[in-house]
Design a protein around this ligand. Structure first.
Ligand code: NDP
Length: 327
C-alpha cells in the first residue's frame, strides 16, 4: 500500500439534484476489504443510470460518489484474493464510487483486461457492452433473419447493440435525433435510420406492414407507445431504460389488443449472476474488440473534475458512444 496516498480525489454529491451537485472533493482513499481490490482508476465510464441516481430517481445514500464502471491498475489487494495481483490491469461494470482516482472493486466482479486492449477501451466497454450482450443473448435471443428496432442508435449502448445485431445477421432499424448521429448509426451497420417523429408507422411501412420481432427501448417515456405499435404479432418490447423519463404504469390489456405482445424490463445486475456469466459476456466482447469486429466509440473524455459537464451533455443528448471521466 506504500505508493497509495491516504487521501485522493473523488466526485461527491452531498445531496440529490442537478449536475451541479457533482463536486470534486478530497476523500480518504478507500482500502480493499477481504476479497477486494484497490484500483487506480485510469478512466471511469459515465452511464445514464448515474443521472437517475444523482437526481434521486433511483434510491442511493447521500453523500454519494457515482460510478460503477472503470478500468485501471490494481494497487492493493485485500485478504483472500488469489486470482489477482498488484500491477494487473482490470475493468469492471460492477464497482462502486468509480468517479474517483481510486476505487474498490470486488475481485469476483473484476474483469482481467486482455493484453492489447487499450485501458480506455477497457473502461468504455463493460457496462454498455455487457448490456448489449445480455439483451440479444438472454432477453431476446436474436438470430439471423430477425428484424429489430433499437432506439438511440448513436448512443453508448446503441452503437454496440447495432454492431452485435448485424454480426448476428439481423436487420436493424434504429432512431436518432440528428444527421451527425445518423451517420454514426449507419457506420455501425444500421439498415434503416429513422427520426423519432412518426417512427412507428415508418417501421410498419419498412416491414411490409408486419412490424419488428423485438424493440430494444432505452429511451422509455417518449418512445414506449410507439415501440409497442411497431411490434409484430407476438413481438417483444424490451424496455431497458428511461433516457427520456420513466414509463408510467401500464395497462396489461394493451398487450392483448396489440397482438399477444410481450413486455419485459431487464437490468444488467440480473445478467451477471456468477463468474461464468461474467466471463462469457466479457470474454466475447473483448474477443470481438481484439479481432476488429466490434468498434468501441469513445465519444468524449472529460477530466474527472468536469463530471457535471459530462452529465449535462449526456442528458442534453449531446454525446455519442461512450463518455469517460479521466482522473
Ligand atoms: P446513451 O449514450 O444512449 O444516451 C442516451 C441517448 O438517449 C441520447 O444520446 C439520446 O440519443 C437518447 N434520448 C432520447 N430521448 C432523450 C431525452 N429526452 N433525453 C436524453 N436522451 C434522450 O446512454 P447509455 O448508452 O448510457 O444508456 C442508454 C439507455 O440504456 C439508458 O436509458 C440507460 O439507463 C439504459 N441502460 C440500461 C441498462 C440495463 O441493464 N437495464 C444498462 C445500461 C444502460 P438521440 O439524441 O439520438 O435520441
Amino acid at each position: 500500500m506504500s505508493a497509495v496516498p491516504t487521501s485522493s480525489l473523488a466526485i461527491v454529491a452531498a445531496v440529490p439534484g442537478g449536475p451541479e451537485v457533482l463536486a470534486t472533493a478530497s476523500v480518504r482513499t478507500p482500502s480493499p476489504g477481504p476479497g477486494q481490490l484497490l484500483v487506480r482508476v485510469a478512466a471511469a465510464g459515465v452511464n445514464f443510470i448515474e443521472t437517475y441516481e444523482r437526481t434521486g430517481t433511483y434510491n442511493v445514500p447521500f453523500p454519494f460518489t457515482p460510478g460503477s464502471e472503470a478500468a485501471g491498475t490494481i494497487v492493493a489487494v485485500g485478504e483472500g484474493v488469489a486470482d489477482f495481483a498488484v500491477g494487473q490491469r482490470v475493468a469492471t461494470a460492477e464497482g462502486r464510487a468509480t468517479y474517483a482516482e481510486y476505487a474498490v472493486v470486488d475481485a469476483a466482479a473484476a474483469l482481467p483486461v486482455p493484453d492489447g486492449i487499450p485501458i480506455d477501451v477497457a473502461a468504455a466497454l463493460p457496462l454498455q457492452g455487457m448490456t448489449a450482450h445480455y439483451l440479444i443473448n438472454s432477453t431476446f435471443k436474436v438470430a439471423s433473419g430477425h428484424t429489430v428496432l433499437t432506439h438511440a442508435g448513436a448512443g453508448g449502448v446503441g452503437l454496440l447493440l447495432t454492431q452485435l445485431l448485424k454480426a448476428r445477421g439481423a436487420r436493424v432499424l434504429t432512431t436518432v435525433s440528428s444527421d451527425a448521429k445518423e451517420a454514426l448509426a449507419r457506420a455501425a451497420g444500421a439498415d434503416e435510420v429513422l427520426r423519432y417523429d412518426g417512427f412507428a408507422p415508418a417501421v410498419r411501412e419498412l416491414t411490409g406492414g408486419v412490424g419488428v420481432d423485438v424493440v430494444f427501448d432505452g429511451v422509455g417515456k417518449d418512445t414506449f407507445d410507439g415501440s409497442l405499435a411497431a411490434l409484430r404479432t407476438r413481438g417483444m418490447l424490451v424496455l431497458f431504460g428511461g433516457a427520456s423519463g420513466q414509463v408510467p404504469p401500464f395497462e396489461l390489456q394493451r398487450l392483448n389488443a396489440g397482438g399477444s405482445l410481450f413486455v419485459t424490463r431487464p437490468k444488467l445486475k440480473d445478467h451477471l449472476l456468477d463468474a461464468a456469466e461474467r466471463r462469457w459476456r466479457a470474454g466475447e466482447l473483448f474477443a470481438a474488440v481484439a479481432d476488429g469486429s466490434l468498434d468501441v466509440r469513445i465519444g468524449a473524455r472529460y477530466p474527472l473534475a468536469r463530471a457535471a459537464d459530462a452529465h449535462t451533455d449526456l442528458q442534453a443528448r449531446k454525446t455519442t458512444g461512450k463518455v469517460l471521466l479521466v482522473p
